[in-house]
Design a protein around this ligand. Structure first.
Ligand SMILES: [Zn+2]
Length: 353
Protein backbone atom coordinates (compact mmCIF):
# COMPACT_ATOMS: atom_id res chain seq x y z
CA UNK A 1 0.00 0.00 0.00
CA UNK A 2 1.36 3.40 -0.95
CA UNK A 3 -0.50 5.34 1.72
CA UNK A 4 -0.04 4.10 5.30
CA UNK A 5 -3.11 3.93 7.53
CA UNK A 6 -3.33 3.62 11.31
CA UNK A 7 -6.00 3.86 13.99
CA UNK A 8 -5.79 6.40 16.82
CA UNK A 9 -6.56 3.94 19.57
CA UNK A 10 -9.72 3.31 21.51
CA UNK A 11 -12.62 1.00 20.67
CA UNK A 12 -15.86 1.00 22.70
CA UNK A 13 -15.66 -1.53 25.55
CA UNK A 14 -18.04 -4.51 25.53
CA UNK A 15 -21.23 -3.71 27.48
CA UNK A 16 -20.64 -6.58 29.94
CA UNK A 17 -17.21 -5.17 30.81
CA UNK A 18 -18.61 -1.65 31.30
CA UNK A 19 -21.37 -3.04 33.56
CA UNK A 20 -18.95 -5.15 35.59
CA UNK A 21 -16.53 -2.25 36.08
CA UNK A 22 -19.41 0.00 37.18
CA UNK A 23 -20.41 -2.63 39.74
CA UNK A 24 -17.04 -3.83 41.04
CA UNK A 25 -14.57 -1.02 40.31
CA UNK A 26 -11.78 -1.42 37.82
CA UNK A 27 -9.33 -3.43 39.92
CA UNK A 28 -11.43 -6.35 41.10
CA UNK A 29 -9.53 -9.56 40.16
CA UNK A 30 -12.83 -11.04 38.94
CA UNK A 31 -12.65 -8.64 36.01
CA UNK A 32 -9.50 -10.20 34.59
CA UNK A 33 -11.29 -12.72 32.34
CA UNK A 34 -13.56 -9.95 31.04
CA UNK A 35 -10.61 -7.71 30.23
CA UNK A 36 -8.84 -10.61 28.52
CA UNK A 37 -11.91 -11.47 26.47
CA UNK A 38 -12.35 -7.82 25.47
CA UNK A 39 -8.74 -7.54 24.31
CA UNK A 40 -8.90 -10.84 22.42
CA UNK A 41 -12.13 -9.90 20.66
CA UNK A 42 -10.79 -6.42 19.85
CA UNK A 43 -7.56 -7.74 18.33
CA UNK A 44 -9.37 -10.34 16.22
CA UNK A 45 -11.99 -7.90 14.96
CA UNK A 46 -9.35 -5.24 14.31
CA UNK A 47 -7.36 -7.67 12.19
CA UNK A 48 -10.51 -8.70 10.33
CA UNK A 49 -10.89 -5.10 9.10
CA UNK A 50 -7.60 -5.48 7.21
CA UNK A 51 -5.98 -2.67 9.22
CA UNK A 52 -2.21 -3.05 8.73
CA UNK A 53 -1.60 -1.65 12.23
CA UNK A 54 -3.86 -2.30 15.21
CA UNK A 55 -4.24 -1.40 18.89
CA UNK A 56 -5.68 -3.16 21.91
CA UNK A 57 -8.61 -0.72 21.65
CA UNK A 58 -7.56 0.66 25.06
CA UNK A 59 -9.82 -1.95 26.63
CA UNK A 60 -7.80 -1.80 29.87
CA UNK A 61 -7.33 1.96 30.00
CA UNK A 62 -9.36 2.97 33.01
CA UNK A 63 -10.93 5.45 33.28
CA UNK A 64 -9.70 7.17 30.16
CA UNK A 65 -6.77 7.89 27.83
CA UNK A 66 -5.75 10.86 30.00
CA UNK A 67 -5.52 9.46 33.53
CA UNK A 68 -5.01 5.70 33.07
CA UNK A 69 -1.41 5.95 34.31
CA UNK A 70 -2.24 7.87 37.48
CA UNK A 71 -5.71 6.63 38.38
CA UNK A 72 -5.76 5.42 41.98
CA UNK A 73 -2.63 7.27 43.13
CA UNK A 74 -2.95 7.99 46.85
CA UNK A 75 -1.51 11.50 46.56
CA UNK A 76 -4.36 12.79 44.40
CA UNK A 77 -7.80 14.32 44.92
CA UNK A 78 -10.66 14.10 42.41
CA UNK A 79 -11.19 17.87 42.04
CA UNK A 80 -8.61 18.71 39.38
CA UNK A 81 -8.71 20.19 35.88
CA UNK A 82 -12.15 20.28 34.35
CA UNK A 83 -12.83 19.48 30.65
CA UNK A 84 -16.14 20.96 29.50
CA UNK A 85 -17.79 19.28 26.49
CA UNK A 86 -20.12 21.00 24.04
CA UNK A 87 -22.91 18.57 24.94
CA UNK A 88 -22.98 20.11 28.43
CA UNK A 89 -21.20 17.48 30.52
CA UNK A 90 -17.72 17.75 32.03
CA UNK A 91 -14.92 15.28 32.73
CA UNK A 92 -12.61 15.93 35.62
CA UNK A 93 -8.93 15.08 36.13
CA UNK A 94 -7.26 14.28 39.44
CA UNK A 95 -5.27 16.94 41.28
CA UNK A 96 -1.89 16.17 42.80
CA UNK A 97 -1.91 16.78 46.56
CA UNK A 98 1.68 15.86 47.49
CA UNK A 99 4.98 14.82 45.97
CA UNK A 100 6.70 12.89 44.68
CA UNK A 101 4.86 12.21 41.44
CA UNK A 102 5.06 8.85 39.73
CA UNK A 103 2.91 6.77 37.40
CA UNK A 104 0.99 3.88 38.84
CA UNK A 105 1.06 1.90 35.63
CA UNK A 106 2.63 2.06 32.18
CA UNK A 107 0.78 1.47 28.92
CA UNK A 108 3.25 -1.12 27.61
CA UNK A 109 1.60 -3.71 29.86
CA UNK A 110 -1.61 -3.34 27.83
CA UNK A 111 0.29 -3.51 24.58
CA UNK A 112 2.10 -6.71 25.48
CA UNK A 113 -1.19 -8.30 26.52
CA UNK A 114 -2.60 -7.50 23.06
CA UNK A 115 0.53 -8.77 21.31
CA UNK A 116 -0.12 -12.25 22.70
CA UNK A 117 -3.14 -12.45 20.38
CA UNK A 118 -2.01 -10.24 17.50
CA UNK A 119 -0.61 -11.21 14.11
CA UNK A 120 -0.40 -7.60 12.94
CA UNK A 121 1.89 -4.84 14.30
CA UNK A 122 0.51 -3.16 17.44
CA UNK A 123 0.88 0.56 18.10
CA UNK A 124 0.50 2.10 21.54
CA UNK A 125 -0.95 5.44 22.58
CA UNK A 126 0.33 7.19 25.72
CA UNK A 127 -0.73 10.43 27.34
CA UNK A 128 1.35 13.56 26.83
CA UNK A 129 3.39 15.20 29.59
CA UNK A 130 1.44 18.41 28.98
CA UNK A 131 -1.91 16.75 29.80
CA UNK A 132 -0.60 15.35 33.06
CA UNK A 133 1.10 18.65 33.90
CA UNK A 134 -2.40 19.99 34.59
CA UNK A 135 -2.47 17.81 37.72
CA UNK A 136 -0.11 20.18 39.51
CA UNK A 137 -2.22 22.81 41.31
CA UNK A 138 -1.84 26.51 40.45
CA UNK A 139 -1.23 27.31 44.11
CA UNK A 140 1.71 24.93 44.32
CA UNK A 141 2.42 22.10 46.78
CA UNK A 142 4.42 22.87 49.95
CA UNK A 143 7.74 21.01 49.87
CA UNK A 144 7.33 19.87 46.26
CA UNK A 145 8.02 22.54 43.69
CA UNK A 146 6.65 22.64 40.19
CA UNK A 147 10.17 22.11 38.83
CA UNK A 148 10.53 18.94 40.89
CA UNK A 149 7.15 17.78 39.59
CA UNK A 150 8.09 18.44 35.97
CA UNK A 151 11.35 16.51 36.40
CA UNK A 152 9.44 13.53 37.80
CA UNK A 153 6.78 13.81 35.08
CA UNK A 154 9.32 13.86 32.24
CA UNK A 155 11.14 10.88 33.71
CA UNK A 156 7.93 8.86 33.96
CA UNK A 157 6.80 9.78 30.45
CA UNK A 158 10.20 8.87 28.98
CA UNK A 159 10.13 5.58 30.86
CA UNK A 160 6.69 4.73 29.48
CA UNK A 161 7.61 5.55 25.86
CA UNK A 162 10.90 3.63 26.09
CA UNK A 163 9.16 0.60 27.55
CA UNK A 164 6.71 0.60 24.64
CA UNK A 165 9.48 0.98 22.04
CA UNK A 166 11.67 -1.66 23.64
CA UNK A 167 8.86 -4.16 23.94
CA UNK A 168 8.08 -3.97 20.25
CA UNK A 169 5.55 -1.22 19.64
CA UNK A 170 5.11 -0.57 15.93
CA UNK A 171 5.16 3.02 17.05
CA UNK A 172 4.09 5.19 19.97
CA UNK A 173 1.46 7.89 19.70
CA UNK A 174 1.38 10.72 22.23
CA UNK A 175 -2.20 11.87 22.81
CA UNK A 176 -2.27 15.69 22.74
CA UNK A 177 -5.99 16.46 22.77
CA UNK A 178 -5.33 19.33 25.18
CA UNK A 179 -3.42 21.26 22.51
CA UNK A 180 -6.52 22.67 20.87
CA UNK A 181 -8.23 22.98 24.24
CA UNK A 182 -5.29 25.08 25.46
CA UNK A 183 -6.10 27.73 22.85
CA UNK A 184 -9.67 27.84 24.15
CA UNK A 185 -8.59 28.06 27.80
CA UNK A 186 -5.94 30.69 27.04
CA UNK A 187 -6.49 32.56 23.73
CA UNK A 188 -3.18 34.43 24.19
CA UNK A 189 -1.40 31.20 23.24
CA UNK A 190 0.86 31.14 26.31
CA UNK A 191 -0.58 27.86 27.60
CA UNK A 192 -0.20 26.19 24.20
CA UNK A 193 3.40 27.42 23.93
CA UNK A 194 4.20 26.04 27.36
CA UNK A 195 2.69 22.69 26.34
CA UNK A 196 4.79 22.60 23.16
CA UNK A 197 7.95 23.44 25.12
CA UNK A 198 7.25 20.79 27.74
CA UNK A 199 6.51 18.07 25.19
CA UNK A 200 9.62 19.01 23.22
CA UNK A 201 11.68 18.61 26.39
CA UNK A 202 10.35 15.06 26.51
CA UNK A 203 10.83 14.37 22.80
CA UNK A 204 14.41 15.70 22.96
CA UNK A 205 15.31 12.76 25.16
CA UNK A 206 14.92 10.46 22.16
CA UNK A 207 17.23 10.04 19.20
CA UNK A 208 16.19 11.13 15.71
CA UNK A 209 15.81 7.46 14.84
CA UNK A 210 13.53 6.82 17.83
CA UNK A 211 11.45 9.88 17.02
CA UNK A 212 10.58 8.39 13.66
CA UNK A 213 8.59 5.86 15.69
CA UNK A 214 6.96 8.55 17.83
CA UNK A 215 3.86 10.46 16.77
CA UNK A 216 1.43 13.02 18.19
CA UNK A 217 -2.37 12.96 17.99
CA UNK A 218 -4.48 16.10 17.98
CA UNK A 219 -8.26 16.43 17.95
CA UNK A 220 -11.03 18.62 19.40
CA UNK A 221 -11.88 15.89 21.94
CA UNK A 222 -14.37 13.08 21.60
CA UNK A 223 -16.73 11.95 24.33
CA UNK A 224 -20.38 10.97 24.15
CA UNK A 225 -20.44 12.17 20.52
CA UNK A 226 -19.31 15.62 21.63
CA UNK A 227 -16.15 17.77 21.47
CA UNK A 228 -14.39 20.17 23.84
CA UNK A 229 -12.67 22.56 21.45
CA UNK A 230 -14.01 22.16 17.89
CA UNK A 231 -14.75 25.89 17.73
CA UNK A 232 -11.06 26.73 18.12
CA UNK A 233 -9.55 27.66 14.75
CA UNK A 234 -7.05 24.97 13.69
CA UNK A 235 -4.86 27.76 12.33
CA UNK A 236 -4.23 28.73 15.97
CA UNK A 237 -2.90 25.28 16.78
CA UNK A 238 -1.30 23.64 13.75
CA UNK A 239 1.72 25.95 13.27
CA UNK A 240 2.75 25.16 16.86
CA UNK A 241 1.86 21.48 16.57
CA UNK A 242 4.38 20.87 13.82
CA UNK A 243 7.08 22.43 16.01
CA UNK A 244 6.94 19.24 18.04
CA UNK A 245 9.96 17.04 17.40
CA UNK A 246 7.97 13.99 16.35
CA UNK A 247 7.96 12.04 13.12
CA UNK A 248 4.23 11.40 12.75
CA UNK A 249 1.12 13.46 13.34
CA UNK A 250 -2.44 12.13 13.59
CA UNK A 251 -4.69 15.08 12.86
CA UNK A 252 -8.49 14.89 13.02
CA UNK A 253 -9.88 16.29 9.79
CA UNK A 254 -13.03 14.45 8.66
CA UNK A 255 -15.19 16.31 11.19
CA UNK A 256 -13.85 19.75 10.22
CA UNK A 257 -16.15 22.22 8.48
CA UNK A 258 -13.52 23.58 6.07
CA UNK A 259 -11.09 20.77 5.32
CA UNK A 260 -9.41 22.55 2.42
CA UNK A 261 -8.41 25.44 4.67
CA UNK A 262 -6.99 23.07 7.29
CA UNK A 263 -5.04 21.23 4.60
CA UNK A 264 -3.57 24.53 3.42
CA UNK A 265 -2.34 25.26 6.94
CA UNK A 266 -0.87 21.75 7.23
CA UNK A 267 0.94 22.15 3.90
CA UNK A 268 2.47 25.40 5.07
CA UNK A 269 3.77 24.05 8.38
CA UNK A 270 4.51 20.34 7.90
CA UNK A 271 8.29 19.78 7.95
CA UNK A 272 10.08 17.61 5.36
CA UNK A 273 10.86 14.86 7.88
CA UNK A 274 7.28 14.68 9.20
CA UNK A 275 4.34 12.60 8.04
CA UNK A 276 0.73 13.64 8.62
CA UNK A 277 -1.99 11.03 9.01
CA UNK A 278 -5.19 12.90 8.22
CA UNK A 279 -8.49 11.85 9.77
CA UNK A 280 -10.78 10.39 7.11
CA UNK A 281 -13.33 8.92 9.53
CA UNK A 282 -15.53 11.16 11.68
CA UNK A 283 -15.45 9.17 14.92
CA UNK A 284 -18.29 10.99 16.68
CA UNK A 285 -20.61 10.73 13.69
CA UNK A 286 -22.65 7.49 13.86
CA UNK A 287 -22.99 7.35 10.08
CA UNK A 288 -20.62 4.83 8.49
CA UNK A 289 -18.57 6.33 5.67
CA UNK A 290 -18.38 4.50 2.35
CA UNK A 291 -14.96 3.54 1.05
CA UNK A 292 -15.54 5.77 -1.99
CA UNK A 293 -16.15 8.71 0.34
CA UNK A 294 -12.90 7.94 2.15
CA UNK A 295 -11.10 7.71 -1.19
CA UNK A 296 -12.41 11.17 -2.15
CA UNK A 297 -11.21 12.63 1.15
CA UNK A 298 -7.74 11.23 0.48
CA UNK A 299 -7.70 12.61 -3.06
CA UNK A 300 -8.57 15.99 -1.59
CA UNK A 301 -5.74 15.72 0.97
CA UNK A 302 -3.29 14.61 -1.73
CA UNK A 303 -3.87 17.91 -3.52
CA UNK A 304 -2.12 19.61 -0.62
CA UNK A 305 0.19 17.05 1.01
CA UNK A 306 3.02 15.24 -0.82
CA UNK A 307 2.09 11.57 -1.14
CA UNK A 308 5.26 10.41 0.63
CA UNK A 309 4.24 12.47 3.68
CA UNK A 310 0.57 11.46 3.74
CA UNK A 311 -1.20 8.80 5.78
CA UNK A 312 -4.76 8.23 6.96
CA UNK A 313 -6.31 7.69 10.36
CA UNK A 314 -9.55 8.01 12.31
CA UNK A 315 -10.32 11.47 13.67
CA UNK A 316 -9.93 10.21 17.23
CA UNK A 317 -10.39 7.10 19.30
CA UNK A 318 -13.95 5.74 19.25
CA UNK A 319 -14.26 5.78 23.06
CA UNK A 320 -11.50 7.71 24.78
CA UNK A 321 -13.49 7.42 28.01
CA UNK A 322 -14.10 3.83 29.06
CA UNK A 323 -17.77 4.24 29.98
CA UNK A 324 -18.75 6.00 26.73
CA UNK A 325 -21.48 3.92 25.08
CA UNK A 326 -22.45 6.42 22.37
CA UNK A 327 -20.83 4.27 19.65
CA UNK A 328 -21.13 0.49 19.31
CA UNK A 329 -18.23 -1.82 18.60
CA UNK A 330 -19.93 -2.84 15.34
CA UNK A 331 -20.04 0.77 14.18
CA UNK A 332 -16.43 1.42 15.15
CA UNK A 333 -15.12 -1.61 13.24
CA UNK A 334 -17.30 -0.85 10.21
CA UNK A 335 -15.86 2.66 10.09
CA UNK A 336 -12.32 1.31 10.44
CA UNK A 337 -12.97 -1.08 7.56
CA UNK A 338 -14.14 1.87 5.45
CA UNK A 339 -10.88 3.69 6.27
CA UNK A 340 -8.75 0.70 5.32
CA UNK A 341 -10.62 -0.04 2.08
CA UNK A 342 -10.92 3.61 1.09
CA UNK A 343 -7.18 4.09 1.67
CA UNK A 344 -6.45 1.06 -0.52
CA UNK A 345 -8.65 2.52 -3.29
CA UNK A 346 -6.86 5.85 -3.10
CA UNK A 347 -3.45 4.19 -3.02
CA UNK A 348 -4.25 2.27 -6.20
CA UNK A 349 -5.24 5.42 -8.02
CA UNK A 350 -2.65 7.83 -6.63
CA UNK A 351 0.16 5.28 -6.76
CA UNK A 352 -0.21 5.15 -10.54
CA UNK A 353 0.24 8.91 -10.98
ZN1 LIG B 1 -8.56 12.33 19.96
Amino acid sequence: MVIPTEPVGSIPRPPDLIAAVAKKGNEDPDLQPLYDAAVYDTVKRFEATGSPVITDGEQRKYHNFWTYSVHGLRNTAPDGFRIPFAAGHTRRMPRLTAGPFSYRRYADEDMVAAMRYAQMPVKQAVISPSALSLMYPAGGIPGYSRDEFIADLLREHETEVRRCLQRGAYNVQIDFTEGRLAVKVDPTGHLLNSFIDLNNLALSRFSAQERRRIGVHTCPGGDCDSTHSAEVDYAELLPSLFQLKAGNFYVSLAGEKDRARVLQVIRRHLKPDQRVFVGVIATIDPRIESREEVRERIHEAAEYIPLEQLGTTDDCGFSPFSDDTSTTRDTAFAKIRARVEGTALASEKLGRR
